[in-house]
Design a protein around this ligand. Structure first.
Ligand code: ADP
Ligand code: MG
Length: 348
């Protein structure tokens, strides 16, 4: 045993895959989640169920662990800040605070002189009216959005009055990009100029939810290098420790845009489990727990399909797989529409 215990905030599939990677490294994992049914409890060594603002449970958790990380960015900043006084939290809570807010995140990327979509801050309905310049666009909540949640596509000015938008929340309005492709780059940063980077992954979304990912991405060499450069620049500027993912848009003129940054392991990187010597999850744990950095080697091209809602059912009933196929069932009890239930990776 390495004698290291890692605390993971959040108990979804990313927490499960982090726990599995921890086990491989002989690191003990303790998952903290506010969901009693959290699937990661099936994969970790110890599980704490409590609200993220439960001070007693937070202290109990921190007493049991050496390092703390998180599997999703919407953990309250106060919780991360409190924990960071007691144990090492990586990536740093300040990184999370910046990135969990879409406006702050986009301002940060622009300050680095990297391109984003055009965007504007929206506090109330009136703010929207003079903004025809940004239409067609997408109105997105500044916080707590994922898998297209909290997003309203707006085609034209006439549509605004008919939209039922909850203005107790704040938004950004983003100009729609005429997409040619979406890609993501996953990088694990270990320290100053020390990182492992995966090749760009090509992603296809359906209803704003990731459906397919594949390597190699069908992009030109310039975009291949530019997307990796930008991801490294972002990780360096944040002095990030751990695995980070940058989602990019490519428009019809082959311009690259940063869409968003995920301060964590990412769905598009599930194929790294089978396609590389070290997965994004293992690299995250190596970086956070100050373990050895090992040079990344690609083993194979690959394609991953997310199994959403009912799509898991035939695989549960009769998982007929070839030798080059790897099924992951997240073991979520309830099948829900739009819920990510599992994924299938095929090596090519
Ligand atoms: P989430 O936090 O839900 O992942 P994103 O901002 O990444 O939100 O949006 C989800 C998906 O919606 C994107 O991957 C893309 O397919 C589409 N989308 C979002 N914003 C834009 C935009 N400005 N132009 C074109 N497509 C967009
Ligand atoms: Mg996204």
């Amino acid at each position: 045993m390495s004698n290291i215990t890692l605390g993971i905030l959040g108990g979804g599939q990313l927490g499960s895959m982090l726990s599995i990677a921890a086990k491989k490294l002989s690191v003990k994992s303790i998952v903290f989640s506010d969901d009693q049914e959290a699937p990661a409890q099936n994969f970790c060594d110890d599980f704490i169920f409590a609200k993220y603002d439960d001070k007693d449970k937070i202290h109990e958790f921190s007493n049991k662990v050496d390092y703390i990380t998180f599997e999703f960015e919407n953990i309250p900043y106060e919780t991360l800040h409190e924990l960071n006084k007691l144990k090492i939290v990586l990536p740093k809570p300040s990184v999370n605070r910046l990135i969990q807010h879409r406006l702050a995140e986009k301002d940060f990327v622009n300050k680095l002189n990297l391109r984003t979509t055009r965007y504007v801050y929206i506090e109330n309905k009136k703010d929207l009216e003079p903004l025809t310049d940004f239409l067609p666009g997408i109105l997105k909540t500044t916080t707590m959005g994922y898998d297209g949640k909290g997003q309203y596509p707006i085609k034209n000015i006439e549509q605004i009055s008919s939209l039922n938008i909850d203005f107790s929340k704040k938004y950004i309005l983003e100009k729609l990009v005429k997409l040619k492709k979406e890609i993501s780059v996953i990088v694990t940063r270990f320290g100053n100029n020390k990182y492992e980077i995966y090749e760009p992954i090509e992603n296809t979304h359906e209803n704003q939810i990731l459906k397919y990912s594949k390597i190699p991405a069908e992009i030109n060499e310039k975009l291949f290098n530019q997307s990796k450069d930008w991801a490294i620049q972002i990780a360096e500027e944040l002095k990030y420790i751990g695995t980070l993912c940058v989602e990019f848009f490519i428009d019809r003129n082959d311009n690259l845009y940063v869409n968003e940054i995920a301060p964590r392991v990412h769905n598009s990187g599930h194929l790294t489990i089978n396609a590389y010597n070290i997965s994004q999850f293992e690299n995250h744990i190596r970086a956070v727990c100050a373990l050895e950095q090992i040079k990344l080697k690609k083993i194979s091209n690959a394609e991953m399909i997310n199994l959403i809602g009912n799509q898991i059912t035939p695989y549960r009933q009769n998982p007929k797989l070839n030798d080059n196929q790897f099924l992951f069932d997240y073991q979520k009890k309830e099948i829900k529409e739009k819920r990510k239930m599992g994924h299938l990776t095929t090596l090519k």
